[in-house]
Design a protein. Structure first.
Length: 121
């Protein structure tokens, strides 16, 4: 069985300190597409970074909320959503703290890779 190529990523602004979309981002957007979100689907993107995955979900008509702990990432995701004409609610906070009490149909995350010494793995 072969898998379909990852969907193209929309160009996004990613300043220094904010993860720029790469191959793993494209793989995650393909997984989002496979879940078939659409109008009425509530999507949460944790650690949104540039907002690339959130924007992809928003283009399906889903209602998207994105969270990041970095103010730079929050502002970047908001800028990218505005430039793309997508409605994405972007909050600053630690994981799910900004959305406590809410429920979502789909939760996605592409957290940063944090190197660890071999002896701790």
């Amino acid at each position: 069985m072969t898998s379909a190529p990852a969907p193209p990523l929309a160009p996004v602004f990613a300043p220094a300190g904010v993860y720029a979309p790469q191959h793993d981002t494209a793989l995650l957007t393909r997984a989002v597409t496979a879940e078939r979100p659409g109008p009425g689907t509530e999507v949460l993107d944790l650690g949104t970074g540039s907002g690339a995955v959130a924007l992809h979900a928003a283009r399906t008509g889903a209602r998207v909320t994105a969270v990041d702990i970095s103010w730079t990432a929050v502002l970047t995701a908001r800028i990218n959503a505005a430039r793309a004409g997508c409605r994405v609610r972007v909050h600053r906070g630690d994981l799910t703290t900004p959305v406590t009490g809410r429920t979502f149909d789909l939760v996605v995350s592409n957290p940063p890779y944090v190197p660890a010494p071999q002896e701790t793995l």
